[in-house]
Design a protein around this ligand. Structure first.
Ligand SMILES: *Cc1c(COP(=O)(O)O)cnc(C)c1O
Length: 332
């Protein structure tokens, strides 16, 4: 793979750290050593995984002569926050279309990411009902802006197309190189699986490097079968883009849907336990929607001996902690 051939803006500042979670592993009975790749520390206001993807998405937008970015997400979207953040850096306008996946969940005065959308100077926020065709809604905004003489570029939700997912192919390569330098052999990787670009990119990178490290995705909304299909389809497209010649096996995509709870973004007791346990053992913040539920899954899988035979596992921390501040009551 020669990822340097793809245009990107250079938003990363070197590799994100891989840290031992010794205290946290001990709290779980030292059944396995848990390591964490700290993509929560990526640059961009508030940090998190979307920066790796947007590095490629913005390069494509700029190549196409865009002066305005349109994207979409849920009402507390980290992706929207980071898109607004990089638009500021690129001196581009940013327009957001927010999907009210939980009815009545949009409050213009909410804290967390919503507050940051405003602080970052987002040009417009349109709120549409859950289940709306988001591409169509973004196209409506684009048509209006085009008519007004702007050159808009649409980034899909989560920047989860083959362009954005290339960022996580690069992450897999970065991780493998770091592990080599650390002389650390990882037996299993755990990632969140949402709009799928992170999971699909990691699968593509691991398959493309013949790493033979199993990877498990923890769903944040969809049922297992549907999510596995979405991740696999995107991994195939991404593999094509980056020139991975071997087939992406269907069995390389594994998702669990039993940590979603009542639905996307809705708190679960296991998520609250996970957020509190990591904060109180390692002083690392997760978020309620993605990394918290993913860690809840990871904790349960450790307890159930899913990682039996593994010495070291790695949890990809995708960020999201600004969303915690929209969930104060959940943690009180
Ligand atoms: C978007 C997001 C994810 C999920 O990544 P996808 O590529 O959308 O699957 C995980 N964690 C955080 C904090 C996110 O914002």
């Amino acid at each position: 793979m020669n990822l340097a051939q793809f245009p990107r803006r250079g938003y990363l500042q070197g590799s994100t750290p891989i840290e031992s979670l010794a205290n946290f592993s001990e709290a779980l009975g030292n059944k396995v050593n848990i390591w964490m790749k700290r993509d929560d520390l990526l640059p961009g206001c508030g940090g998190g995984n979307k920066t790796r993807k947007l590095d490629f998405s913005f390069a494509d937008a700029i190549e196409q002569g865009a002066d305005t970015i349109i994207t979409c997400g849920a009402v507390q979207s980290n992706h929207c926050r980071l898109t607004a953040s990089w638009a500021v850096k690129e001196s581009m306008d940013c327009h957001l279309v927010l999907e009210e996946r939980v009815k009545g969940s949009y409050h213009s005065d909410a804290s967390g990411n919503n507050f940051l959308f405003q602080v970052l100077g987002t040009k417009s926020i349109s709120v549409v009902p859950g289940g709306s065709d988001m591409m169509q809604e973004m196209q409506k905004v684009a048509d209006k802006l085009s008519a007004a003489g702007k050159k808009p570029y649409i980034i899909p939700g989560g920047a989860s197309n083959a362009i954005g997912a290339t960022g996580y192919v690069a992450c897999a390569q970065e991780m493998l190189q770091q592990l080599f330098e650390m002389n650390l052999s990882i037996d299993h990787v755990v990632v969140p699986s949402g709009s799928a670009g992170t999971h699909a990119g990691m699968v593509t990178g691991l398959v493309g490097n013949n790493a033979h490290i199993p990877i498990t995705g923890i769903n944040v909304s969809r049922p297992k079968d549907l999510q596995e299909k979405i991740v696999h389809d995107l991994a195939v497209l991404t593999a094509e883009r980056v020139g991975v010649e071997q087939e992406v096996p269907e069995k390389s995509v594994v998702c669990f849907d039993n940590y979603v709870g009542p639905g996307y973004s809705l708190p679960t007791d296991a998520m609250i336990e996970a957020v509190k346990l990591l904060a109180s053992t390692e002083a690392i913040l997760l978020d309620p929607v993605y990394s918290g539920k993913t860690m809840a899954g990871c904790i349960d899988l450790v307890r159930k001996d899913y990682f039996a035979g593994c010495e070291n596992i790695l949890f990809l921390h995708t960020g999201g902690s600004p969303a915690l501040y929209a969930y104060l009551d959940t943690f009180r």
